[in-house]
Structures are given as structure tokens and as C-alpha cells.
Design a protein around this ligand. Structure first.
Ligand SMILES: Nc1ncnc2c1ncn2[C@@H]1O[C@H](COP(=O)(O)OP(=O)(O)O)[C@@H](O)[C@H]1O
Ligand SMILES: O=C(CO)[C@@H](O)[C@H](O)COP(=O)(O)O
Length: 506
């Protein structure tokens, strides 16, 4: 436990990231420039053969409570020293609440593909890709919130009729913390009823999706990303051991706060996340109209924009293969290390639950090139990690000039903890890779945004990033020319397999 006098002077900030597989919490001492404590609690996924991927929002609250208490204990601080909390959340999830603040249906997540048909119909109604770009500044993808609302209307009309507010996962946690229904541009830009250029709700688009619902009533009030969502409710503050008037920052989508947590708040860097999903994003001061409809012109959660591509099958795919063989993470890492580049001819298209980039919401996974000689645990483990990483390279290529200027990839998410995977990312992309000291960068970004909100006027987000985004020099991975060349060939093989199986140009 820290010296009491010192503790009173110091301001502590908490960052929370409600990811797909778990909630992570970090406690940050801004003056001391240190991350004092971390903790996480897992979530359970409700899955169905039809692409259903849902979660009970109540699990996020339990996970929040558990991880919060443990992180504070690990930090060795008095929780009354906490001045502000920032919340990051998995993007796009539909949290539809009734008039009592209770979910009318489990949250339908970003990785749910049950609504693919509803999404195709919506894109058509909005005038195709051109119509979407014109109205929203991006093209609707299965996974965004819009088709989930349309699906609920069609499939669960009773639940749909009870909707009183429509939130995203991080908005819901902010609502639980403060009682306020608010949203900020970063996360709102992934709903599909928000104009990502003007940073406003598109009531007319929302009326196409949910004609019976009044946008004014059900959509949360928009706030700026530097503004607080509110203060922690007195009852909850008592339960969490907080002092009065603890601010809750606006928070944002996990990728937006991951960008902050890697210092990617101005042009020139790329953040690549190996979480349940795989994402690549680069900051832009202007809205982006990319050549590919798969590049999402999302807003950042500190001002500006964050063009991003997202693949759905990263650690979700690697975990599936790892668990199939009953391997723990260390043994899995060994298997990957023991197989040669290219896994002796095994290629996996890892679309176990469909895919967003490339846009194949109905796809399933393919294992190709298997023979009686190369069908080994090591090759299958290596091939699934290679394939997830090839998906990221594909995304980087789609980002094109937006990512080309980047001399370094800031690697985050659970997969970034693996040294062999880090090197693989460097070799497959041909770019230097480094991790921040804390790979749960979205939680760190949320804590930094909380400090920015609390200390508004006294400090800048840039200064806060300089103080707290520490890079782990030990994680540095430089592309090695021989391996870069070898992977080029294997990547070509992957693209050819993609073209042959799914009619996507090689
Ligand atoms: N050393 C490692 N090698 C490979 N995967 C790892 C390693 N450490 C953690 N992971 C994987 O990272 C995933 C969790 O990543 P995380 O970024 O927390 O996901 P999310 O934010 O989507 O919940 C888990 O599937 C876990 O198995
Ligand atoms: O859908 C997207 C981005 O558009 C995903 O990146 C989600 O935001 C989930 O993130 P993780 O749980 O994988 O961090």
C-alpha cells in the first residue's frame, strides 16, 4: 500500500476494455508515469450454427466488478485516489434496452453473421455501395449495428417493440456507471446510422432500418470525446469504494482507444491488433474515401478519423485449432516454432464464422493441401496463425497509401504476447514491429482518455501518450529478408487459394 500523503497527491485513472473474450482493467498513475495494476475477467459467448454470436450484457458488469477490484488490489492503491474512469468496448454490438434499462435481447456482437441477409437488403435499400458512401461515409458491413436492429425487427418483433434506447457495449457500461445515455463519434461511427464525416446520427437512415422507433428518443445524446459521460452513480461509487464525483470519460470503441494506447493519435503510425478480431488502422486528420468498400472510415475517439480494416478470424481461429489439439499457449507456440514457413504446403482459409475482410459473411473455413505426410499438429498450428496474419496483410494492402507511410507497426491484443507471432507479422508485412509494454492497449488508451478528460486544459492527449505509452524494446521484431521472400511465395499461395475458393482476385 502506497504512502498515504503521496497517494493523496497522486491522481489515479482507470481504463477498462470490454473485449470479446474478456474485460481488462488497468490502473494508471499519470504523475508517476506507470501502470500500477492490471486484471481481467473472461466472458462467455453464445454461439449458434447460423452465425449467432451473442453475449449477456450482465456478464460484462460482473467482469467489470471482478477485474476492477483485482486491478485496484494489484495496484496497491486506495480506490478513493481514482479520479476518472474510461471505458473501451468491442465495437458494433447491439445493446437494445427497454424503458427500465434492461436488455430486450442478448447483445448481438460484431462477429455475429446471422444478420448477413438483413445487411444485404439494407445496402440495397440505401442505394448500394454508392448510396451508403453518400449517406454514411462508409459501406455497411455485416457486423455493424444497423443490420442487427433490422434483424431484431424481423425476427423478434416483441423484443423490438420494447426498445427504448439503443446503445453500443461501451455506451452501455457508461450508462451503468453514470445513468446517462450518451455516445461519442468513434464508436457511433460503427453503427451504420451515423454520418462518419459530419459526426452526426443519420435519422433518415435510421428510419429506413427501424421506422417504428423514434431516433430522437432511442439514440443516445452525442458528446465530444473530451467530454465526460457523467459521474459514477453514488450507489455504485460506494460499492466500488470510489470517492464522490468520479468522472467517467466518453470512452470509445476498442480500436479507437487501442490507437490512443499505442500513441497512434497523429498520422504516421499503424496499429495492428491480434485480438479475437484482427484490425489494422492508421490515423487521418480528414475523413477517408478509400478505393475499397472494405476500408471503414471510422472516427477516432479523440478527434479525427481512423480508417480501419477488420478480419473476424484471428485468435478466435487460432484458439479453435489450439483447443482442438488440447494445447496450452506455450505448447501451441512451440508447435508453431517447430513447423517451417508455409507449414509444408498446408493452407488454411480461416473463415470459421464467415469473414468481414474479405467480405464473405457466409463463408466457412477451408483446410487445403493436406497430405498423409504434412498433416501434423505443428503444421496445422502454424498454418492457422500464418493464415490469420495473411488476412492482416491483405487488410494492409487495402489500406494502401493510408498505411504505406508507416515505418513501424504497433502490435497489440492477446496474440502480440507471442514472440513467434510478432516475428511472423514483421516478416509477412515486411515492416518493423514493436509492442507497447502493455498489449491490452485499449484499456491503457481508455485510462489516458480518462486522464485527458479530467485534466482538460491542463494537459494534452499527446503529452499523456508521451508519458505513458512505453514501448517494450524487448518485443522489437525486424523483418528478416530471407523470410520476407519466403512468405511472399506463401502469401501468393494463400491469395490463389482465396481466389479459387471464393472468387476473390489473386
Ligand atoms: N502467447 C499467446 N499466443 C497466442 N495467442 C495468445 C497468447 N496470449 C494470449 N493469446 C490469445 O489472445 C486472445 C485474447 O486476446 P484479447 O486481445 O484479449 O481479445 P479480446 O480483446 O478480443 O477479448 C485469446 O484467444 C488468447 O488465447
Ligand atoms: O468489429 C471490430 C472492428 O470493426 C472488432 O475489432 C471489434 O471491435 C472487436 O474487437 P476485439 O474484441 O477483437 O478486440
Amino acid at each position: 500500500m502506497m504512502n498515504r500523503g503521496l497517494e493523496e497527491e497522486r491522481k489515479m485513472y482507470v481504463g477498462v476494455d470490454c473485449g470479446t473474450q474478456s474485460t481488462k482493467v488497468v490502473v494508471v498513475d499519470v504523475e508517476g508515469e506507470t501502470i500500477l495494476g492490471e486484471a481481467r475477467r473472461p466472458h462467455h459467448l453464445i454461439e449458434g450454427d447460423n452465425g449467432r454470436r451473442e453475449q449477456q450484457p450482465s456478464e460484462w458488469l460482473d467482469a467489470f466488478r471482478g477485474a476492477f477490484q483485482e486491478a485496484v488490489t494489484n495496484a496497491g492503491i486506495d480506490s478513493r485516489a481514482i479520479r476518472a474512469i474510461g471505458v473501451s468496448g468491442q465495437q458494433h454490438g447491439m445493446v437494445a434496452l427497454d424503458a427500465y434499462g434492461e436488455p430486450v435481447h442478448p447483445a448481438k456482437l460484431w462477429c455475429d453473421t446471422e444478420t448477413a441477409v438483413a445487411n444485404t437488403a439494407l445496402v440495397e435499400r440505401l442505394g448500394g455501395e454508392a448510396g451508403c458512401l453518400d449517406k454514411l461515409g462508409l459501406v455497411l458491413q455485416t457486423g455493424y449495428t444497423a443490420s442487427k436492429v433490422a434483424w431484431l425487427r424481423d425476427v423478434q418483433p416483441d423484443a423490438y417493440r420494447r426498445i427504448d434506447s439503443l446503445l453500443l457495449p461501451h455506451d452501455y457500461l457508461n450508462f451503468w456507471l453514470t445513468g446517462e445515455c450518451v455516445a461519442e463519434a468513434g464508436d457511433a461511427s460503427g453503427t451504420g446510422y451515423f454520418d462518419t464525416r459530419t459526426r452526426r446520427w443519420r435519422d433518415d437512415v435510421f428510419a429506413e432500418i427501424a421506422p417504428e422507433l423514434d431516433a430522437e428518443r432511442v439514440l443516445p445524446r452525442l458528446i465530444e470525446s473530451y467530454e465526460p459521460a457523467g459521474v459514477v452513480r453514488p450507489g455504485l461509487a460506494r460499492e466500488l469504494g470510489l470517492s464522490d464525483e468520479v468522472l467517467v470519460a466518453s470512452g470509445g470503441g476498442d480500436n479507437m482507444l487501442g490507437a490512443i494506447g499505442t500513441g497512434n493519435i497523429a498520422p504516421g503510425l499503424v496499429t495492428l491488433s491480434l485480438g479475437t478480431s484482427g484490425t489494422v488502422c492508421a490515423y487521418s486528420r480528414e475523413p477517408v474515401r478509400a478505393e475499397s468498400a472494405m476500408v471503414a472510415n471510422f472516427c477516432a475517439s479523440h478527434g479525427g478519423w481512423l480508417p480501419l480494416i477488420c478480419t473476424m478470424n484471428v485468435t478466435s481461429a487460432t484458439t479453435l485449432v489450439r483447443e482442438l489439439f488440447g494445447l496450452d499457449l506455450a505448447a501451441f507456440g512451440e508447435r508453431i516454432d517447430n513447423a517451417p514457413i508455409g507449414a509444408e504446403g498446408v493452407t488454411i482459409l480461416p473463415f470459421f464464422n464467415g469473414e468481414r475482410v474479405p467480405a464473405l459473411p457466409h463463408a466457412s473455413a477451408s483446410f487445403l493441401g493436406l497430405t498423409s505426410v504434412n498433416t501434423t499438429q505443428a503444421n496445422l498450428c502454424r498454418a492457422v496463425v500464418e493464415s490469420a496474419t495473411f488476412g492482416m496483410r491483405y487488410g494492409l494492402e487495402l489500406l494502401g497509401d493510408l498505411a504505406k507511410g508507416a515505418s513501424q507497426i504497433r502490435l497489440i491484443g492477446g496474440g502480440a504476447k507471442s514472440p513467434v507471432w510478432r516475428q511472423m507479422v514483421a516478416d509477412i508485412t515486411g515492416t518493423q514491429v514493436i509492442c507497447p509494454e502493455i498489449t491490452d492497449a485499449a484499456a491503457l488508451g481508455a485510462a489516458l482518455q480518462a486522464a485527458w478528460c479530467h485534466q482538460r486544459g491542463a494537459t494534452s492527449l499527446e503529452a499523456l501518450c508521451k508519458r505513458l505509452v512505453h514501448l517494450d524494446e524487448g518485443s522489437l521484431a525486424n523483418p528478416e529478408p530471407m523470410r520476407v521472400e519466403a512468405y511472399q511465395e506463401i502469401y501468393t499461395r494463400y491469395r490463389q487459394a482465396l481466389a479459387a475458393r471464393h472468387e476473390i482476385p489473386a
